[in-house]
Ligand binder design. Structure first.
Ligand code: ADP
Length: 270
């Protein structure tokens, strides 16, 4: 509640509200700095594909009488346009997840469906690298969530597992119930993540190795999206990794119904 404060001559203004105002300004500055950073990053990320498209357009003009070269440049234009489309799509996903829009109602979602859909979406990329995606774990789990967001999150984890694996290996995905949560684990035996980078990979635009990531077409947004999905669901995401051995990303989402963790908020009226 708000208390009326009477300031009489001789009274000393309590320091509380002033400190609070200062804190608010500091927080506002921090938010503003984050926003500026974000815009600068987006600009930087857009520059690469846009620059490539400009160069390719010029190259195609100069190669008008060489059909083979035209074909090659056209292929690269498609790749760059794809990358641009993915970046824009992920930026939109991220801005939606970060708030602004209210979270859709959490409803019971079958984990098997989420995993199946995510595997379907990554199968082509896996096949291209001769990787096998193995679907396992405990069937029949039901979480409380937004299916489309969960599919996006697991797809991002699987896409990374594929992108950062070397050929002829396996990627495993599965879920199990554990203390009120479904733990969805995606495991690869790929290149792994150096210890120093491990806690930063969930930051927007953070990539362990710029040159390596740009060859895989990564945007640096995939894991930031996963993190937001996890927190929107009252869950979490964690990584275990060892350089040269591989990585496991674990997404924890509250189970629906029996065995579910208590819901935050006011207690239900009986
Ligand atoms: P990107 O689009 O670059 O993959 P992400 O946010 O999904 O962006 O991942 C951030 C960075 O974390 C990646 O650039 C990569 O360096 C590292 N990373 C993510 N997943 C894996 C993985 N399964 N194995 C090794 N490195 C990974």
């Amino acid at each position: 509640g708000v208390h009326a404060v009477r300031l009489e001559s001789g009274t000393v203004r309590p320091p509380g509200p002033v400190a609070l105002v200062l804190q608010d300004i500091t927080e506002a500055r921090r938010v503003e700095a984050v926003r500026r950073d974000f815009v600068a990053n987006v600009g930087h990320e857009l520059k690469t594909p846009v620059g490539a498209l400009t160069l390719l357009a010029e190259a195609i003009e100069g190669a008008a009488d060489d059909p083979e070269a035209v074909q090659r440049f056209a292929g690269r234009i498609a790749v760059e346009a794809d990358r641009l489309a993915r970046l824009v799509r992920e930026l939109i996903d991220l801005s939606r997840l970060q708030g602004g829009e209210p979270l859709p109602e959490l409803v019971p979602v079958e984990v098997d469906r989420v995993l199946g859909e995510a595997v379907d979406r990554t199968r082509t990329a896996a096949r291209a690298k001769q990787l096998e995606i193995v679907l396992g774990g405990q069937p029949g789990l039901v979480v409380r969530g937004v299916e489309s967001q969960l599919v996006t999150a697991v797809t991002n984890l699987l896409a990374n597992a594929v992108a950062y694996s070397t050929g002829n290996s396996r990627v495993a995905v599965g879920a199990r119930a554990r203390s009120g949560f479904a733990e969805i684990a995606v495991t690869d035996s790929g290149i792994g993540i150096p210890r120093a980078d491990r806690h930063r990979v969930f930051e927007r635009f953070y990539r362990v190795d710029q040159s390596r990531a740009s060859s895989t077409g990564g945007t640096g947004l995939g894991l930031a999206i996963v993190k937001h999905v996890a927190s929107n669901h009252g869950g979490s995401v964690a990584v275990w990794s060892e350089e040269g051995l591989g990585s496991t990303f674990t997404l924890r989402i509250p189970l629906a119904g029996a065995g579910a963790p208590p819901v935050a908020g006011p207690p239900a009226v009986p």
